[in-house]
Structures are given as structure tokens and as C-alpha cells.
Design a protein around this ligand. Structure first.
Ligand code: AMP
Ligand code: MG
Length: 397
């Protein structure tokens, strides 16, 4: 059996970056820039006041207090009509262009207005002209963002500032989500004897959206070859197919067989991890196919550790693998199983780094317990004392 880390490397090696597409800026959040974004003008585009106050010549305020004639008023959006003559100043608002000849802006709180036409300058803070010079952030023609940058809200704003109302990003994968199981009923139904609600479709669709991928709900397949075959064939028209349930050793666990019948080249079908031993991964003509064990926690762990990194790689993320944190245990924990064990934990960050408190839950079906966790600690077999260092993974999906 391969380790989860080896399995992840197989998945990442098969996941290919998708082609670049142009999308409206409003749809670009979380995408990865496919080409550099270049400034179409200097930023700021003109010498801009950083304060509400008075634009003055330095020579006129060399001795204080100084009284100057106010010759112009410059709200934001209005350009000066003339340069500043000696002995005069312009009333100016934050964001307005500073008139030629002005060396500094004196904030309004450092002035007095004896009459409407004049202002008295009381104080000037040395070395603080309160002017943002044209082009100090970036010059026209320079790149503001390189290809490969992940677009967070601040990068979206930056693209807006240089006139990009569309962004070239790598295409988001389209994922088909298929649940399997005779026992599953819709969320809105009241389960009858032996039935349970279909949890995984909802949680997996949410996982896909949180990862920035597009997701289609293929509903539930019965534990029956013909139904599975039809729905898996449908799923194979997407970039990625994620099936939950039906991958174990049970008599009705047909998913791996139907994958193979559908032409999926299965790369692994068991992984030495707990939960998640019967995790299936394969490819079909460049598409990725995952079969995750059906217990709701196992499904989520499998998505977080295998599917999300694949989606991120397809979206062009420079570093798609899960970011493992180094955390200090705040309580002892035993990993009795021979497999790599993923234990739900509270993860906290403080001045001395990450700490982890293992949580005890009722196992891979216990979403109540699992939802209290911030993340997982990843343990090789053994007993870990308080203070031991362990690898941890945030459940930020
Ligand atoms: P399986 O992987 O199909 O053997 O399922 C393992 C356990 O997970 C069983 O208790 C199933 O009832 C449960 N399960 C499978 N699929 C789902 C689902 N979509 N929602 C909730 N529970 C599920
Ligand atoms: Mg099942």
C-alpha cells in the first residue's frame, strides 16, 4: 500500500494546468493570472494631495506663522487652472492634483482662516510634504502583477487600478460530483428505516466551490452497475469526477470496477491512511477521477488531501500541494493504526508558532465532532507526548 504522500505525488503528476481564459474581473477572485498585468498609466497618475489642507510653496512657509492668499479651491476631480504664484496657496482636498509650483500640502488642522480670502499657516511638519508624486507606485508600461500570481481581493483592486476589466486566468476545472448508495435520500426528505440523508453531495459541492472550481451535482447513483455506469460516463465529460462511496471491499462496492469498464486507468485503489484506505484515483484521457470512501469525514479528508491540490494545480497555482504546518502538541495522542492517521484537532497560532490539541470524535461518520476541528494532525504510528512536534493541515478547503 502506498503512503498518502506518495499517492498525492501521483495525483499532482497527473493534474495538468488548464488553458488560459479571459474572464470578467468580477469572476477572477481566486484565479491565477496567466499573463502579466501592465500599468496603462503612471500610478498615481498626477502629483496627488494626501491630505485636506492647503497647497503651498516651501519658500512661503519658511518662517511661521505665515499668511497666504487663497487663490483657488481644488476638490478631488478638479485640475488646477494655474501654477501657484509666490505668496499664494490653493485650498485642496485629498486626492486632488497639486498645482505646479506647490511643494507641500499643509493639513487643515495646522492652519487658521482669519478671512475667507486668506489662510494662516501655523505649523509645518518637516519632511512630510503630504504629496504622493506621480508614478511613485508604478510607471506606465511596468508590470504590476506577474503571471502566476493568485488573485486575492487586493490583486483584484490592483487590476482595476490599471484598467483591466477582464483578467486572463487559467481556466477553473469543472468537477462532477456523484454520490452512491441505496440508503441515501435527499436532504429535504425524512429518512425512513435504514436510510440516511445524502451528505456528501452537499459537502463536496461546497468543497469544489471553496477551491474555486465549478461543480455539477450528478445526484445519487444506486449500488447497481447500470446506474453507476451511466452516471460515471456522464461524469467523465467533465475535467474531474469525484465519486463518494462504493469504493470499499463490500459486495455492492462496484465503483472501482465500473471505473475500469469506463476506460479509467486506475493509478491506485488503496492508500495507507486512516481514514481513507479505499481511496481510488485514475485518469481517463486527461481527466482525473477520484473515488472517495463514503463516510462523510473520510470524504472530506480525501478531498482536502488529494482533490483540492489537483484542482489548484489545474488552476495554475504555483504551490498546489497541501501546506503542512509544524505544530506543538498540547495533549498526548496515540496513533495505534499501522497506517498514517489523520486526527481532527484544534489548531491555534501564537507568537511561539502553531499548537495542536487533538480532538476525540466517534470516527469517520461523526461530522458533529469533526466540525469542531480547525484542521487535522497527520501522525505516523506511535505515541506522542505533550510538546511533541507534529505535522498539521488546516481545514480551510
Ligand atoms: P461506502 O463508502 O459506500 O461503503 O459508505 C461508507 C459509509 O458512508 C456508509 O455508512 C454509508 O451509508 C455512508 N455514506 C456513503 N455515502 C454517503 C453520503 N453521500 N452521505 C452520507 N453518508 C454516506
Ligand atoms: Mg455505499
Amino acid at each position: 500500500m502506498i503512503s498518502p504522500h506518495e499517492a498525492l505525488q501521483i495525483v499532482l503528476a497527473e493534474a495538468r494546468r488548464l488553458e488560459a481564459v479571459l474572464v470578467p474581473l468580477a469572476d477572477a477572485l481566486g484565479g491565477v493570472l496567466a499573463e502579466a498585468a501592465v500599468a496603462d498609466s503612471d500610478l498615481p497618475p498626477f502629483n496627488k494631495s494626501a491630505m485636506d489642507g492647503y497647497a503651498v510653496r516651501a519658500a512661503d512657509v519658511a518662517r511661521l506663522p505665515a499668511e497666504l492668499a487663497v487663490t483657488e479651491e481644488l476638490p478631488a476631480g478638479q485640475s488646477p487652472t494655474r501654477p501657484l504664484e509666490p505668496g499664494t496657496c490653493a485650498k485642496i482636498m485629498t486626492g486632488a492634483p497639486v498645482p505646479p509650483g506647490a511643494d507641500l500640502v499643509v493639513p487643515v488642522e495646522d492652519t487658521e482662516r482669519p478671512t475667507d480670502g486668506r489662510v494662516r499657516i501655523l505649523r509645518v511638519a518637516p519632511g512630510r510634504p503630504h504629496i504622493c508624486p506621480r508614478g511613485e507606485d508604478v510607471r506606465r508600461g511596468e508590470a504590476v502583477l506577474e503571471a502566476g500570481r493568485v488573485l486575492r481581493p487586493q490583486e483584484i483592486g490592483l487590476l482595476a487600478s490599471v484598467g483591466c476589466d477582464r483578467a486572463a486566468i487559467y481556466r477553473r476545472p469543472r468537477v462532477a460530483v456523484l454520490a452512491t448508495g441505496e440508503e441515501l435520500v435527499p436532504v429535504s426528505a425524512v429518512p425512513g428505516p435504514g436510510q440516511i440523508r445524502n451528505i456528501n453531495s452537499s459537502s463536496l459541492l461546497a468543497c469544489c466551490r471553496a477551491a474555486g472550481a465549478a461543480a455539477d451535482d450528478l445526484g445519487v447513483a444506486r449500488d447497481e452497475r447500470a446506474d453507476l455506469r451511466a452516471k460515471i460516463a456522464d461524469g467523465l465529460t467533465r475535467d474531474v469526477l469525484v465519486v463518494s462511496g462504493g469504493v470499499s471491499m463490500g459486495e455492492w462496492d462496484f465503483v472501482p470496477k465500473v471505473f475500469e469498464e469506463a476506460g479509467v486507468a486506475v493509478r491506485f485503489a488503496t492508500v495507507s491512511m486512516k481514514p481513507g484506505k479505499p481511496t481510488v484515483f485514475g485518469t481517463c484521457g486527461g481527466r482525473l477521477v477520484f473515488g472517495l470512501p463514503g463516510n462523510p469525514v473520510s470524504t472530506l479528508v480525501g478531498f482536502r488531501f488529494f482533490v483540492r491540490p489537483a484542482l489548484r494545480k489545474m488552476m495554475g497555482h504555483p504551490d498546489p500541494a497541501p501546506q503542512l504546518l509544524d505544530a506543538r502538541l498540547l495533549a498526548p495522542v496515540k496513533a495505534k493504526d499501522e497506517r498514517t492517521t489523520f486526527v481532527p484537532a484544534l489548531l491555534r497560532y501564537a507568537a511561539d508558532g502553531w499548537s495542536a490539541t487533538p480532538l476525540s470524535t466517534h470516527g469517520p461518520a461523526d461530522l458533529v465532532g469533526f466540525s469542531k476541528a480547525d484542521g487535522l494532525i497527520i501522525l505516523e504510528p506511535g505515541a506522542y507526548e505533550t510538546g511533541a512536534r507534529v505535522k498539521a493541515l488546516l481545514l480551510d478547503f
